[in-house]
Ligand binder design. Structure first.
Ligand code: SDX
Length: 429
């Protein structure tokens, strides 16, 4: 897509730069030749005003609170489809026909088992290892088990690696959970759908039959849809940067998983629930609101704020609805954490500080309450986020690999260190 040009005058020199327009959303100023023409770099730590790529996958309008996957609003995908349908859409660009969906489900289902020796790989971890540490390790280790799908120049191998990652993430996440609680691993069951299979691998025990609750399975499947992809967020940018060097897809997804773990990103769901538990009761909320507003206090309201959404995160609304659905299904009438969350949201959204800084609940604010009610420990929350986000990482990785203009990502810097100086032998220091 192209538009007009912009001009930049620096040191008496005027440089023309092309403006490229997309299908919707902000246009971009192409600065690729800026350094060659001016000897200067742009400077944008945190990339608040920087587009790193061209993409057709996901679009976010942060002011309007809109999230589209291949043009379809998240609300409609979450309402009408299942997670594997969203996976198909993200990977192929179109919603599947009934036969395409059946074939895709069949292919994913038949990749859900992991190499039997991976179970031995898990034995090397301490039982109290954080599931995200186990996941980062085991996803990276997939490069050592699936050599036949690491050649990124082969489209066939790229697709097999994509299917393997989408299909095996639930199995690896469930194994990470089972390992930390000392229970035997549960193999996937081909007769179950994707999310029911995951619930069974997490909560079934050999000693008795496990019956999947269809309401919980549908709710968790919807939660996976909400987490599937989100434009060029930190972990997706990590996957793209790792992939730009030609690293194999398993290594790239392991890198994205590591980045997602941070509490400012995917780790916020675990941090948000811990925060709600620390607040404990509605009476304590004002104290924490004051801490969040205090410049000298590093405390932040976890689950609030977003780099892009300056309005309500559309996923948070659907998440809140799902929370009520799950609590009702489980007969949890009054969850003190939910009471604190609802009151905290009400107070924050009417507080001048949060209004002025446009801080709204994000997807991580309510997810923890729901996942805890389903029986997941807080340490598993980010692992579930990684499970769902794998398809987004893979779709973005494939788009980058298949982009003919793709080059290795290599940002520059503003150097503020010591100018060149001569070495002083240790005897003279
Ligand atoms: C995810 O990018 C994505 O798309 C991510 C994600 C995805 O799907 O991939 O949506 C998933 O990561 C959601 C965000 C989860 N993180 C949290 O809930 C952690 C708490 N939130 C913040 O740390 C923060 O809001 C971020 C990290 C989410 C956004 O950080 P920004 O864009 O760099 O904003 P900022 O830190 O510059 O904050 C702007 C101002 C600051 O005040 P000033 O310095 O301007 O005076 O708002 C304040 C901040 O102090 N602020 C908060 C706050 N978040 C921002 N104050 C109190 N509580 C908060 N949560």
């Amino acid at each position: 897509m192209s538009g007009t040009t912009s001009q930049l005058s620096v040191d008496g020199k005027t440089v023309d730069m092309a403006i490229k327009t997309g299908s919707i959303g902000p246009s971009v100023i192409d600065i690729a030749k800026l350094y060659a023409q001016t000897g200067m770099f742009t400077y944008d730590p945190g990339f608040t005003s920087t587009a790193s790529c061209e993409s057709e996958i996901t679009y976010i309008d942060g002011d309007a609170g809109v999230l589209l996957h291949r043009g379809y609003p998240i609300e409609q995908l979450a309402e009408h489809g299942d997670f594997l349908e969203t996976c198909y859409l993200l990977l192929y660009g179109e919603l599947p026909t009934a036969s395409q969906k059946a074939d895709f489900d069949y292919r994913v289902t038949r990749h859900t088992m992991v190499h039997e020796q991976m179970a031995r790989f898990f034995q090397g971890f301490r039982r109290d290892a954080h599931p995200m540490a186990v996941l980062v390790g085991s996803i990276g280790a997939m490069s050592a088990f699936y050599h036949d799908s690491t050649d990124i120049s082969d489209p066939q191998q790229r697709m097999i690696a994509s299917m393997r990652l989408i299909a095996k993430m639930p199995t690896l996440a469930a194994m990470a959970y089972k390992y930390t609680i000392g229970q035997p691993f549960v193999y996937p069951l081909n007769s179950l759908d994707y999310t029911s299979n995951f619930l069974r691998m997490c909560f079934a025990v050999p000693a008795e039959e496990y019956k999947v609750n269809p309401v919980l399975s549908r709710a968790l499947d919807r939660i996976f849809i909400l987490h599937a992809d989100h434009e060029q967020n930190a972990s997706t940018s990590t996957v793209r940067l790792a992939g730009s060097s030609g690293a194999n897809p398993f290594a790239c997804i392991a890198a994205g998983t590591a980045c997602l773990w941070g509490p400012a990103h995917g780790g916020a769901n675990e941090a948000a629930l811990k925060m709600l538990m620390e607040i404990g009761s509605v009476e304590n909320i004002p104290k924490y609101i004051a801490k969040a507003k205090d410049k000298n206090d590093p405390f932040r309201l976890m689950g609030f704020g977003h780099r892009v959404y300056k309005n309500y995160d559309p996923r948070a609304k659907i998440m809140q609805k799902t929370t009520h659905e799950v609590l009702n299904e489980l007969g949890i009438k009054d969850d003190p954490l939910l009471d604190v969350a609802i009151e905290l949201e009400r107070i924050a959204l009417s507080d001048e500080y949060f209004i002025e800084k446009k801080l709204y609940p994000n997807i991580d604010f309510y997810s923890g309450i729901t996942l805890k009610a389903m029986g997941f420990p807080t340490t598993m929350f980010t692992a579930l986020f990684a499970l769902a986000r794998t398809v987004g990482w893979i779709a973005q990785w494939k788009e980058m690999i298949e982009d003919p203009s793709q080059r290795i990502g290599r940002p520059r810097q503003l150097y503020t260190g010591a100018p060149q100086r001569e070495y002083t032998p240790i005897g003279r220091r």
